[in-house]
Design a protein. Structure first.
Length: 114
């Protein structure tokens, strides 16, 4: 069963922007507002790494490699989350995953290339 669905990935040139979205299925509506939400990413041949987190009340934290470029947000009423990515670099290329309450999305590919 799919509990989280990401969207918004794609191919973008260096310096460009993308906005990723994460939508929770009704199966996890009851826990959505309880847990922190996070975005992770995994590049080919590398381990999955934490990109950003947001608490249920909106406090955010970012990995150093995205600070000042990425913004995480969530809408508890709509049971959605997003990751605004600006000033993208080739090293940001990865599959990006949404995570909340031990549930993972299927991932969305982000490729930064000229």
């Amino acid at each position: 069963q799919v509990h989280l669905v990401e969207s918004g990935g794609g191919l973008v040139q260096p310096g460009g922007s993308l906005r990723l979205s994460c939508a929770a299925s009704i199966s996890i509506f009851s826990i959505f507002t309880v847990y922190d939400m996070a975005w992770y990413r995994q590049a080919p041949g590398k381990q999955r790494e934490l990109v950003a987190t947001i608490t249920s009340t909106g406090n955010t934290n970012y990995a150093d490699f995205v600070k000042g470029r990425f913004t995480i947000s969530r809408d508890n009423a709509k049971k959605t989350g997003s990751l605004q990515m600006n000033s993208l670099k080739p090293e940001d290329t990865a599959v990006y995953y949404c995570y909340i309450g031990n549930f993972w999305g299927q991932g969305t590919q982000v490729t930064v290339s000229s």
